[in-house]
Design a protein around this ligand. Structure first.
Ligand SMILES: Nc1ncnc2c1ncn2[C@@H]1O[C@H](COP(=O)(O)OP(=O)(O)OP(=O)(O)O)[C@@H](O)[C@H]1O
Ligand SMILES: [Mg+2]
Length: 274
């Protein structure tokens, strides 16, 4: 088994049965592989993959299966070459909804996973300090999550997830509820942190610009049933800055990706940021 392959879905199918007894084929024959990228001198620099597709194409279902929160009816989901049996410390998930513990302070939320994993308290404190700095929440260490704005709560969720050093981070439209300015800021922050951690990221969005700006490769999905229609490499180097979004090549790729989405079934529900 090639250990560069972090996540692999092989012939995955998932059909849900609704409360009324109707069958919904959410995913059909999904095959995808996420490998880690390496520099020429052998340094692991992770990989940033985006799943892009219209509402209902099964993006969340794919992430949930990789996280071990749901299971395929057909085929298999492998993480580091092993079938996923349930959630694990090697995978962290950030949801669209803010999911911090409301009864814990910001700092205690970040420390929580380390506490559960019996990380020594001096190391916990060091990691909390570093991560709060990285996401710009040092001044709010003692605040409670419900006193924070949406963008701040999502920064907290990212810090909380990173604190346990997962190899793979699964992000399900984490910036979907944020205003355009905050969303842009969060994209910058995420790329900066990702560059430091070199982990594998699988990021779900239905925003074409966000997908291209963040990804090394984009899986384009169609809906009803969800299938992968294209695997698009993004040729832009890193580090990337917001100016890239205005460049001609970026705009061209945006048009191409949008055309692919329009050709795919289940189209019409994809956002285009201008
Ligand atoms: N627990 C469930 N019971 C019944 N149907 C479900 C369940 N979970 C998902 N589905 C159906 O499976 C399909 C895929 O859902 P999923 O949430 O994965 O899509 P998505 O791409 O994440 O959509 P969105 O962009 O709206 O979040 C949809 O048709 C949805 O209604
Ligand atoms: Mg979803």
């Amino acid at each position: 088994m090639d250990n560069k392959v972090k996540v692999s879905l092989q012939g995955v199918g998932r059909t849900f049965v609704t409360a009324r007894g109707d069958k919904v084929e959410a995913l059909r024959d999904i095959n995808l592989e996420v490998e880690d990228a390496f520099t020429s001198d052998g340094r692991d620099v992770g990989e940033f993959r985006v799943l892009l597709g219209p509402s209902g194409c099964g993006k969340s279902t794919i992430l949930r299966m990789i996280a071990g929160l749901d299971h395929p009816d057909k085929g298999q989901v492998l993480v580091n070459g092993k079938p996923v049996a349930g959630p694990g410390r090697d995978r962290g998930m950030v949801f669209q909804k803010y999911t911090s513990f409301p009864w814990l302070t910001v700092a205690d939320n970040v420390a929580y996973g380390m506490k559960v994993n019996d990380v020594p308290s001096a190391e916990q404190a060091k990691t909390v300090k570093h991560l709060l700095e990285a996401v710009g929440l040092t001044a709010f260490a003692k605040a409670y999550p419900d006193t924070l704005s949406g963008g701040m709560q999502q920064r907290l969720a990212i810090a909380r997830t990173l604190a346990v050093r997962p190899q793979i981070i699964l992000m399900d439209e984490p910036f979907g509820a944020l205003d355009a300015q905050t969303r842009g800021d969060m994209q910058e922050l995420l790329l900066r942190i990702w560059n430091e951690t070199a982990c594998t990221v699988l990021f779900v969005t239905h925003d074409v610009e966000e997908a291209i700006y963040l990804a090394d490769r984009i899986f384009i999905l169609s809906a009803h049933p969800g299938t992968i229609v294209e695997d698009v490499p993004v040729p832009f180097g890193r580090p990337r800055g917001p100016g890239l979004k205005q460049e001609k090549h970026f705009r061209q790729l945006q048009d191409e990706v949008l055309a692919s989405l329009r050709r795919a079934p289940g189209r019409g529900q994809v956002r285009v940021s201008i």
